[in-house]
Design a protein around this ligand. Structure first.
Ligand code: ARG
Length: 267
């Protein structure tokens, strides 16, 4: 199948040309193979992506860049958009509205790319693409903290992001802890730094990012077997299939690996 997607206007013009000229010798065929019509998105020509920013290394602000955003999810989505012949537009939205389906089902974006763990509860309100990243949970504390494991959290303030799998994991497993739910990592990370909470329980790659300043460490990892997927509104098979197709192609041509390695390669 050709990867070139002919805009509908061009197809209509070609069809008109055939109708007008009796022989239509040089006009391209107006018959488009199934699946090659331009994808219908909320803003024609664009792929609008919702993401809860910041959540480095998956999504972060990047004022110097054309998109205004960077991160693994953003770069993968940019490659997907390019593959589909669309321009990427990123919208920052709260994670709760993203994971509940509200943001997508009210047509604020075509797809959500927000390090979203695929699970059955969310599948009731959203459709997920094929998984694109494997993750797990982790516990982050200050280097000089007495907390060495989840068993030490009794009576301790543990920061989580609201409506995340980290919140569920902490609620189920951190016995006796005082769980403090923040709207996003933009509030929970400064809260840990300021000593307002004593630990953060969240996705490993994001906590790992917070160890980079040297004052905090990951004391435990929890192999939850989580997989991230991009999400579309329930039943939006056109966008879902297009993104899955694009993901397959960017895996096959090496661009997925190149982006992956630029964020996660261990040397
Ligand atoms: N993976 C976790 C979940 O799906 C956390 C995702 C939070 N994402 C974000 N961009 N803040 O619940």
């Amino acid at each position: 199948m050709s990867k070139t997607r002919v805009p509908l206007t061009a197809l209509l013009a070609a069809a008109a040309a055939i109708t007008l000229s009796a022989c239509g010798s040089s006009a391209p065929s107006a018959e488009k193979p199934a699946g090659e019509a331009e994808l219908s998105t909320i803003t024609a020509g664009s792929l609008t992506v919702c993401s809860d920013v910041p959540y480095a290394p998956f999504e972060d602000f990047d004022e110097g860049s054309e998109l205004g955003y960077t991160g693994f999810d953003i770069e993968i989505m940019n490659a997907v958009a390019e593959n589909l012949g669309l321009k990427l537009v990123v919208k920052d939205q709260g994670f709760d509205g993203i994971q509940s389906g509200i943001v997508l089902n009210s047509k604020q974006c075509d797809v959500a790319a927000s390090a979203i763990t695929i699970n059955d509860e969310r599948k009731a309100n959203l459709d997920f693409t094929d998984p694109y990243y494997d993750s797990e949970q982790s516990l982050l504390v200050a280097n000089d903290s007495d907390i060495a494991s989840i068993g030490d959290l009794d009576g301790v303030k543990v920061g989580v992001q609201k409506a995340t799998t980290g919140e569920s994991y902490a609620t189920e497993n951190a016995k006796g802890a005082e769980i403090v739910a923040f709207p996003s990592d933009a509030e929970m990370w400064p809260a840990l730094q300021a000593g307002q909470v004593d630990a953060l329980l969240q996705d490993l790659p994001v906590n790992l990012e917070h160890t980079k300043d040297g004052a905090f460490q990951i004391v435990e990892q929890y192999d939850t077997g989580e997989q991230y997927g991009f999400a579309v509104s329930k039943g939006n098979t056109a966008v879902l299939d297009a993104i899955n197709g694009a993901l397959e192609e960017i895996r096959a041509d090496g661009s997925y690996d190149k982006i992956y390695d630029s964020y996660f390669a261990v040397n």
